[in-house]
Design a protein around this ligand. Sequence first.
Ligand SMILES: C[S@@+](CC[C@H](N)C(=O)[O-])C[C@H]1O[C@@H](n2cnc3c(N)ncnc32)[C@H](O)[C@@H]1O
Length: 221
Amino acid sequence: MPEKIPWPFTRLYDRGPNRFFTRWFQRIASDVRERGITGNILDIGTGPGRLPIEIAKQVKDARLFGVDLSQDMIKIARENAGMEGIGDRVEFRMASAYATGFESGSMDLVVSTETLHHLAKPLAAFNEIYRILKPGGQAWLFDGRKDASKAEYEETARMLGIVDLPLPYRFFKTMWPRAHTGYKTEVYTTGKLGKAIETSPFKKAKYIKQGAYIRIELKKH
Ligand SMILES: C[S@@+](CC[C@H](N)C(=O)[O-])C[C@H]1O[C@@H](n2cnc3c(N)ncnc32)[C@H](O)[C@@H]1O
């Protein structure tokens, strides 16, 4: 999987699959609100920016940031925030997961969806997340699992609101394993990603299977 999504796939991604993720992003945003997390929140590999936009809508006293390697994704994200009328509360910058450009100890929460499987240097990303988090700050990293069962696919499709839409559901079931080739659950827990977390200053993580996804929670003590 290449790291950066280039134009014109940026535009196809924004108009296609990413729109179906809105309910997922709203759910993550509700979780941020319910857990009372405020302050500075950064989304890594933000793509079209819909996750920080949804968090900004639900968590009024948070300042949202998004970084992505792709200049065109950043342009799309800014346009999307502008259309939602919250361009002043969400800031998008072109930057890498390995060197985000934020000050050490400046973030209350780091989030990321569908980006871990793109990273060529996951350890560098975990080190960077640790550096920019405040003590006590958390990271919630979500990504797909190639080995999800039929029931788990259905659970996620229900959550996304596509279980009764034959075309999007078929697209999801066909494309999901392809997009996550090489990313079975153990890659995240004990394999390449899990080992990188153990080597990083986080040392350990909480792994939660949610439908076709995995949610990895990290905490800076
Ligand atoms: C599949 S998209 C996910 C976008 C969005 N988070 C979502 O869930 O729809 C992965 C994004 O990660 C970005 N990306 C990949 N490697 C990156 C890196 N090293 N640093 C920052 N962004 C990266 C890509 O350009 C792309 O926009």
